[in-house]
Structure formats: structure tokens, C-alpha cells
Write a protein that binds this ligand. Structure first.
Ligand code: PEP
Length: 258
């Protein structure tokens, strides 16, 4: 993970109501405090459902917790007749630092194509938060041996029109779709190959300063059993974690091992 501060991000997906969410945050905070966890060394962020964000905000502010948090998606418009949508400003006003954008489940179950994802990135940046842009190949692209081109292409297509200042605020999550929720984790070498290829493309587009600053996370069946070898790779700057982030003890273990 070199000089960048690693990020351990827990994507809770559609799990936990607000009581479970606040219970979880208190337990995680207690576990990490008990372990003398150094939040300056590794950043921790949680991604609850929209319905829990206010409760998490109140708890984090009341107890001055060093745990950050964000949303799992965002509307591309900021206001108006869009029943059921949540704007970037609404999310930012709840103290969120980040928004996950383009998760494979959003791409699959909602009409989120590259154009929509570009607009989400812009909305999040305009509201002063950082996008966590998810990319990654399916099993079919991997079978064809085009996984690196595919993941790099996804990043490139979404980010190419950003300026350098905007690009420097991005976080990229390389999440091979076949590894999400399957127990099939990418090898450290292939996570590194993808992160390195994405960083090289960002360097070509935005220059070395931006490429060196951007954190690239690995996601896909991360647990405390595989976290250490993955984080040892120089271009892997942390994790986006689904299943294992639903267990506070396991998430605390991963934080400590990162
Ligand atoms: C995810 O959904 O972003 C993810 C990586 O899930 P899991 O850790 O369960 O594979």
C-alpha cells in the first residue's frame, strides 16, 4: 500500500436497520479502541443504508468516533421531481465522506450505465465528497484474458473528462465481479496487476501526482484470512468489503491486519 493511507471500507449493502447499524458501530469502535487501533495508520469507513445514515452520524459525532461513513449510491440530480431518489447534497449534509458508485450490483439491478455513473461521480464531487468508483471484469472477460483492459477501460471511460483536481479525489475499487460474494478471492498478483494497470492509465491521463495520490482498493471475498497478502501488494491501498463487513469482530480483525 506504500505511502497512501489504506482504507478499509465496509459495504453493508441492504443489511441492518438503524438500531443494528448503531449497535454495530459502537461494537466496532469498542473493539478497535480495545486493540489500540491507530486510525492515522489505517482509515475505516462504513456504508450503511440511507435509512441508517442519520443514526450513524449522531453516534459518530456524539462519541467523536474516528470511523468515517458514506452512502452506497446517489441520484444524478440534486433536487426536484424524482420520487425515491436521494441527492448528493442530502448525503453530504449527513456528514458523509464518500459515496460508492457503480457497484456491480447497482450496474446489474438498476439502469446504471457509464453515462449515469459519470453523472454520479460529478454530483458527489460537486457536493464535496469522494466517489469510490467500482470497476471489475466478469468471469467471461477473465476467461477471454481481457480483464485488465476491461477494468482499465471502465475507469478511463468514466474519468477521462474530469480535471486533475477532481481526479485526485477519486478512490477506485477494483472488484472482479466473479469474486464478489463468492468466496473466490483474486490472487494478490492479479489484484496487483489490475491496480497497477489502473494507476498507469491514470498516470497517462492525469499525471504522476494524481496517479500516486489515488487510492485503489481491492474488493471481492476479502476476509481476515486473505487480507494480509493482498495489502502487501504495492498498488493495493485497502479493501471494499461486503460479507465480512457484517461481522464486527471480523471487520475489526481486517482493520488490524491492514
Ligand atoms: C462488495 O460487495 O463490494 C464485495 C466485495 O462483497 P464481498 O466482500 O462479500 O465479496
Amino acid at each position: 500500500a506504500s505511502k497512501r493511507i489504506p482504507l478499509v471500507a465496509g459495504n453493508w449493502k441492504m443489511n441492518f436497520d438503524h438500531l443494528e447499524a448503531t449497535y454495530f458501530v459502537q461494537k466496532l469502535a469498542w473493539l478497535l479502541r480495545d486493540a489500540h487501533f491507530d486510525f492515522r495508520r489505517v482509515e475505516v469507513a462504513l456504508f450503511p443504508s440511507f435509512t441508517s445514515l442519520r443514526s450513524v452520524q449522531v453516534l459518530v459525532e456524539a462519541d467523536k468516533l474516528k470511523i468515517n461513513y458514506g452512502a452506497q449510491s446517489v441520484s444524478v440530480t440534486n433536487q426536484g421531481a424524482f420520487t425515491g431518489d436521494i441527492s448528493a447534497d442530502m448525503i453530504a449534509h449527513l456528514g458523509c465522506s464518500y459515496v460508492i458508485i457503480g457497484h456491480s450490483e447497482r450496474r446489474k439491478y438498476h439502469p446504471e450505465d457509464d453515462a449515469n455513473i459519470v453523472d454520479q461521480v460529478r454530483a458527489v464531487l460537486a457536493a464535496g465528497m469522494q466517489p469510490i468508483l467500482c470497476v471489475g471484469e466478469s468471469f467471461e472477460e477473465r476467461r477471454q484474458g481481457i480483464e485488465l483492459d476491461f477494468a482499465v477501460g471502465q475507469v478511463h471511460d468514466v474519468t477521462r473528462d474530469l480535471n486533475e483536481e477532481e481526479a485526485a479525489k477519486l478512490i477506485i475499487a477494483y472488484e472482479p465481479v466473479w469474486a464478489i460474494g463468492t468466496g473466490m478471492v483474486a490472487t494478490p498478483e492479479s489484484a496487483q496487476d489490475a491496480a497497477q494497470a489502473i494507476r498507469a492509465d491514470m498516470k497517462a491521463t492525469f499525471g504522476a501526482d494524481v496517479a500516486d495520490a489515488v487510492r485503489i482498493l481491492y474488493g471481492g471475498s476479502v476476509t481476515s484470512k486473505n487480507a494480509v497478502e493482498l495489502i502487501e501488494e504495492p498498488d493495493v491501498d485497502g479493501f471494499l468489503i461486503g460479507g465480512a463487513s457484517l461481522d464486527a469482530d471480523e471487520l475489526a480483525r481486517i482493520c488490524r491486519l491492514t
